[in-house]
Design a protein around this ligand. Structure first.
Ligand SMILES: [Zn+2]
Length: 411
């Protein structure tokens, strides 16, 4: 099949005016101008018209489970209070509520151009009940051993049984030791070994809030008091920053996707500065959630300057107002006006593809890549095409996932 559009934004090469993309089965085989790629005899041609065709967007951090919780927790006094209120809401949700939330979350993500989503799985038992995925999905099994009754070994055994539970063409799995305040070093290390054995990606929340920093650096603050009250062993506090604690103890490394990394201290930057460029971890920034919690400014320029691979995610609707990645890019741009439209698109295409070990397969339009594509209305002025795409607030006009043209679910 030959796709034609006013503009093609391949991401790995310059934009093309009057572009064409050839797709065979679920892969892209050719990219060029329409003049360079005439249709083969009998080849189906789909002219998408006045649009920019770009790789499907990749949401590097999301919690589809919480997609019914938009505006459910307004104005928390701090991160700990938000966690407590989320936990109390979660206890009231039925399985059907959660399945419906996942369905709504998928539909919203798809409507705004996401073709790949990395979703944390707080209710992994429900995943086998979902219909076949419409979007390429990594479900990251959430692992927590904060309470004594869950041993780290039990948590890993649960994760292993989860991988057998469901297989479709678009669903894959990863592991998510939740955060240094909810998962032990032992659990992190077991998860890492398990993921390496099974070729899976790993992610965790780290250095997200000032309260998390206060707990680890000073053994004090609201998160410390809350978790001490839950009888969490607190001997890991009072030594280091959350990121420093995990890294220096061999619990995380360069192949991880580290969500947030908001509150980094001089010692964290020194640690990162000392690493060879190819040993830096991947970072996921969630601009809407960041603003919701009023975290200290995210050190985008400093991390990017070091060579850190930064992706953008939405986080959950319990702490942001939209699952649109383009909306997240607009929020990021408000705080980082120096980023070009191309830099911004990089964080939802090439950067997360690299973080997932899918460079050349996802996040780009190039021969050999998977045929995950979206179309966004575009005037056809080449230098402004990327900026026009980011400014687009409505639904995308067309989508293909894994070589199949998508239908959009209305919710
Ligand atoms: Zn998260």
């Amino acid at each position: 099949m030959l796709l034609r559009s006013r503009i093609v934004l391949p991401m790995t090469t310059p934009p093309l005016l009057d572009g064409a993309v050839r797709v065979a089965h679920n892969r892209i085989t050719d990219v060029g101008t329409a003049a360079q790629l005439p249709p083969g005899s009998g080849e189906e041609v789909l002219d998408l018209g006045a649009v920019a065709l770009l790789p499907g967007l990749i949401n590097a951090h999301c919690h589809l489970d919480y997609s019914s919780l938009r505006h459910a927790i307004t104005a928390p006094a701090g991160f700990t209070e938000w966690v407590q209120r989320l936990n109390s809401i979660k206890r009231q949700l039925s399985n059907d509520d959660i399945l419906d939330a996942i369905r709504r979350g998928y539909a919203e993500a798809q409507r705004f151009g996401t073709t790949t989503i990395c979703s944390m799985a707080a209710f992994p038992d429900l995943i086998p009940q979902l219909p076949p995925a419409r979007l390429r999905t990594w479900w990251f099994y959430e692992m927590i051993d904060i309470r004594h009754r869950n041993t780290s070994d039990d948590v890993v055994a649960g994760a292993l049984s989860f991988f057998d539970a469901r297989q479709d063409d678009l669903t894959q799995f990863g592991l998510n030791p939740h955060a240094p305040y909810t998962a032990s070093l032992l659990l992190y290390r077991l998860a890492w070994a398990c993921a390496q054995q099974n070729g899976m990606p790993l992610t965790t929340h780290v250095s997200e809030s000032l309260e998390e920093s206060e707990m680890f650096e000073k053994s004090s603050g609201p998160l410390y008091a809350f978790l001490e009250g839950l009888l969490r062993p607190m001997h890991d506090c009072g030594h280091d920053t959350p990121f420093g604690w995990l890294w220096r103890n061999g619990a995380i490394g360069s192949d991880w996707l580290l969500a947030h990394m908001n509150d980094l201290k001089a010692s964290d930057f020194a640690l990162l500065d000392a690493l060879p460029k190819d040993r830096l971890p991947n970072v996921v920034h969630c601009p809407g959630s960041h603003a919701y919690f009023k975290h200290p400014p995210f050190p985008f320029a400093r991390l990017a300057g070091m060579g850190v691979n930064i992706s953008v995610g939405t986080d959950s609707l319990a702490s942001t107002d939209s699952l649109s990645l383009l909306s997240e890019l607009r929020k990021l741009h408000l705080g980082e006006p120096g980023l070009s439209a191309e830099d911004l698109l990089h964080t939802v295409t090439l950067a997360p593809a690299r973080a997932l070990g899918k460079e050349g397969e996802l996040g780009c339009i190039s021969p050999g890549a998977l045929a995950d594509l979206i179309a966004i209305p575009c005037s056809g002025h080449l230098p402004l095409a990327a900026a026009e795409c980011i400014a687009h607030t409505g639904p995308v006009s067309w989508m293909m996932v894994d070589g199949k043209i998508s239908e959009f679910e209305t919710v």
